[in-house]
Design a protein around this ligand. Structure first.
Ligand code: OAD
Length: 239
């Protein structure tokens, strides 16, 4: 294979890429936010009001990770990385990209398998799939909280993510309703001439605005097909 990897591809993923693995999305009709109020479980105020409820909510999400596995879409991205310079920006807090072998994964909204001090954003711990105990403390004596970026909090990783997108030659958006900023704003950073794809079985308002080529299928079908198409286009001798 040619050592010269072309082109630079940025992949922006949301809950839809993990849906076929059995993890619920947020805003679909059976989504998590149908059953839980965002204000009760995903804000700093909720944490202050009832940290036990918030801890249990994320404990349940974390434990669920043990029973799911990456699907064909995650695995296709690993294949894409064999041929191209690929960077993945995910809004997902699961670890399915990593478990599929994806590298260069940036988690905009945090990670379930990590916890952090409620006082310090830098004091982060790998906790794997175990539960955080109610009242469990960090080394600095403050409460240990899920390493999740809640609504109303800063998204420190957005700086790196924006830089990646400004350098993208191809942008692939998979399974996100693009309702949450600043993640949704990343599309505005894509350079002129960047080829853009969207893999999502449903219509999204942004299609026309950003001239995305909409592959209107589930990720498990659409992503492997798109990956094959790109490899064939840039490395015709391979496929
Ligand atoms: P949403 O639940 O808002 O959107 C999920 C998207 O996935 C929708 O556009 C669906 O059409 C699409 N979808 C559903 N099944 C799919 C499949 N099998 N293949 C491909 N696409 C599919 O989830 P996000 O956009 O990821 O943040 O939500 C963004 C953020 O809002 C999350 O990171 C989370 C949430 O509140 C925090 O909790 C901080």
């Amino acid at each position: 294979m040619n050592d010269h990897k072309l082109p630079k591809i940025v992949v922006l993923t949301g809950a839809g890429i993990s849906a076929e693995s059995g993890i619920r999305t947020f805003r679909d009709s059976d989504g998590l936010w149908e059953e839980h109020n965002i204000l009760d479980v995903a804000t700093p105020e909720a944490w202050k009001r009832n940290s036990a409820l918030v801890t249990r909510f994320y404990n349940a999400r974390r434990v669920q990770l043990l029973s799911v596995k990456p699907n064909a879409a995650h695995l296709a991205l690993t294949r894409l990385q064999e041929f191209f310079d690929v960077k993945i920006v995910t809004q997902n807090v699961d670890d399915l990209h990593e478990r599929a072998g994806n590298s260069n994964v940036l988690h905009l909204h945090g990670e379930l398998i990590k916890a952090r001090s409620e006082k310090s954003q830098e004091r982060i711990y790998d906790i794997g799939y175990r539960e955080i105990e109610i009242g469990e403390q960090s080394d600095d004596g403050s409460l240990l909280r899920p390493h999740i970026v809640w609504f109303g909090e800063d998204v420190p990783m957005i700086v790196t993510a924006s830089k990646w997108v400004t350098e993208a030659e191809i942008l692939i958006v998979i399974g996100t309703s693009l309702n949450v900023y600043p993640a949704a704003g990343l599309l505005y950073h894509s350079p002129y001439g960047c080829e853009k794809f969207l893999v999502d079985p449903n219509d999204l308002q942004v299609d026309n605005l950003f001239r995305l080529r909409h592959i209107k299928t589930k990720a498990g079908e659409g992503v492997p097909a798109l990956v094959d198409e790109l490899i064939q286009r840039f490395y015709p001798q391979t496929v």
